[in-house]
Design a binder for this molecule. Structure first.
Ligand code: FAD
Length: 523
């Protein structure tokens, strides 16, 4: 398999043939426009500027100046990244890509960067969708991207406490492969699982597949080891601790701006043996939301509790339903879960839900699940045909959900019409639900204009970001802040906390080399 330099995943998995025809057929029905396909440029013909720095001799064999390597590490994997790659628009490319083999190499690389004023960008899988790994700064300093892919081993397993010491550069599948012989699993499955790393999950506070309880990677961390320019910070392995503010909390979500995570002790569990799933169809969206809230507040804690609105159900699961579909799933390694599902179904029936258990019910969930894994590939195919296809996400309390949903949907629709002159499709699903509120995740599909889709998307994104933060939502529930969410993060974040974070940055990274411009202004 060959990793795509410009888009998601592997070249071999790209959307072609009948799948592409079917996809474009659906878009044509939505709004006819020019759907000419555009080929990605040849990476060797991009004409990148030569690196502005060269590594000291002692570090030279860790560093690559290969143009394809540099281009492949320039952008994350958001729609705007993919489109810019398709246009060969690579203005901010790392000068070098460094691959430390051990922690000592990393310390030496950071020392060199601090000495020479070079930006150091920690890099896991590069699946950031918020400009988190792009060397885009206010000044024109040189940048070295530090790819942690060689630190990819499970170093130790403690079967008694059920935890493992794991290196940060390991990708999801290789991590699970190494745990499998022990019968244990981390069970953290973001949609990007295949092409993202443990370090990236920790640094962005990623959201996994659990819809309730352990939604974020935070809940699975026992302790972390972080290399900072001011020294190594390692927290103690503890099941819980009330000893002051948590050191791990400082580095969870630090997005490579405070230090480089090299290892973490992660909490594991046995693989589930009992599962029960169902799909519930609703004629009315408000009733579907009320049922989802009832389940979220019931204490049943389903592993899956994903409400698809009618547009999402139609676009991504092929189901025509008036109010939405709730996909429910329970799992346990210890006990049967049928009674939990029975009770959740009862709550849904109380709100007018119609249970589609068994073959029919499972097929809605199954269709949606396989579509879920194809979505990023299909997004790239649409991008090549000038279709705007992107997502954004948030969380809010239940009392504000209706207003937020209305405001955000309206803002997206108005912005789409303004920038494309046509109507698009706006979909919504809940990725996670809490007793006090949901995490709504929106999709926008609209016919764009080749050469303008990034500018068109940026205008839509600005409009929806205003609507989100203006209606009680967070600028991100699990996609992190990066460079693209900074304007709204700065508004959302309390001023004293911003001052404390800036002070922490100055203490840990006095030369201001780590991922400048992410989370706090570059010094
Ligand atoms: C198709 C698709 C689906 C996605 N699905 C999900 C999802 O379901 N849930 C979710 O939460 N996110 C999702 N994302 C976003 C992205 O996958 C996450 O943010 C992920 O956690 C990033 O991991 P990574 O290894 O790719 O990190 P990168 O993209 O390489 O880096 C992300 C940030 O973390 C920093 N960083 C990386 N490694 C380290 C380290 N070892 N130490 C310090 N800082 C580091 C980087 O500097 C950067 O700021 C998705 C993205 C795409 C493109």
């Amino acid at each position: 398999m060959t990793r795509s330099w410009w888009g998601w995943g592997t070249v071999e998995e790209a959307v072609t043939g009948a799948e592409l025809e079917a996809l474009l057929g659906r878009v044509r029905m939505l709004a006819p426009r020019d759907l000419t396909g555009h080929e990605p440029p040849d990476v060797s013909a991009l004409g990148l500027l030569a690196p502005r720095v060269s590594a000291p001799t002692a570090l030279a064999d860790l560093c690559s100046a290969d143009p394809a390597d540099r281009a492949g590490h320039a952008h994350g994997k958001a729609f705007r990244d993919v489109v810019r790659n398709l246009h060969g628009d690579l203005r901010h490319v790392p000068d070098l890509v460094a691959r430390p083999r051990r922690e000592r190499d990393l310390v030496d690389l950071l020392d060199w960067c601090a000495r020479d004023g070079i930006a150091a960008i920690p890099y896991g899988g590069g699946s950031s969708v918020v400009g988190g790994i792009e060397p885009r700064f206010d000044d024109d300093r040189a940048a070295v991207t530090i790819d942690l892919g060689r630190l990819d081993r499970v170093l130790e397993i403690d079967p008694v406490s059920r935890a493992a010491r794991i290196q940060a550069g390991v990708f999801g599948p290789r991590l699970e492969d190494q745990l499998r012989p022990s019968g244990l699993t981390l069970r953290h499955f973001p949609q990007s699982f295949e092409f993202s790393t443990l370090g990236g999950w920790l640094a962005t506070r990623a959201g996994g597949h659990y819809a309730t309880l352990r939604t974020h990677i935070d809940d699975l961390v026992e302790s972390m080891r972080v290399v900072t320019p001011s020294g190594i910070n390692e927290s103690r392995r503890l099941p819980g601790s009330g000893a002051g503010p948590s050191p791990d909390r400082l580095f969870l979500g630090s997005e490579g701006a405070l230090g480089v995570i090299t290892e973490a002790w992660m909490r594991l569990q046995e693989r589930p043996r009992w599962r029960a799933t169902a799909s519930v169809h609703f004629a009315d969206h408000a009733a579907a939301v009320a049922a989802t809230r009832a389940v979220a507040q019931s204490g049943l804690h389903p592993a899956n509790c994903r409400l698809l609105d009618s547009a999402e159900a139609l676009v991504n699961a092929g189901v025509a339903v008036g109010g939405g579909v709730l996909i429910l799933g329970f799992e346990s390694a210890d006990h049967p879960v049928g009674t939990s599902l029975d009770r959740a179904e009862e709550l849904c029936r109380d709100h007018g839900g119609e249970i589609r258990a068994g073959a029919a019910g499972e097929s809605t969930g199954d269709t949606w699940r396989s579509s879920f894994l194809r979505m990023p590939y299909q997004r790239d195919a649409l991008a090549r045909h000038s279709v705007i296809a992107e997502t954004f996400e948030t969380a809010c309390t239940w009392d504000r959900y209706e207003d937020l949903h209305h405001a955000v949907t309206q803002a997206a629709r108005v912005a789409v019409r303004k920038v494309t002159g046509q109507d698009g499709v706006v979909t919504c699903r809940f990725t996670h639900v809490y007793p006090d509120g949901p995490a709504p995740y929106f999709g926008v599909y609209a016919p764009g204009r080749w050469g303008s889709t990034v500018a068109q998307w940026d205008e839509i994104k600005a409009a929806v970001s205003e609507a989100i933060t203006g209606n009680g939502g967070t600028i991100t529930h699990h996609h992190a802040v990066g460079r693209d969410h900074r304007p709204w993060y700065d508004i959302q974040r309390p001023d004293p906390f911003a001052a404390a974070l800036t002070a922490a940055k100055a203490a840990l990274d006095p030369a201001g080399i780590l991922n400048p411009g992410v989370l706090v202004p570059a010094p």
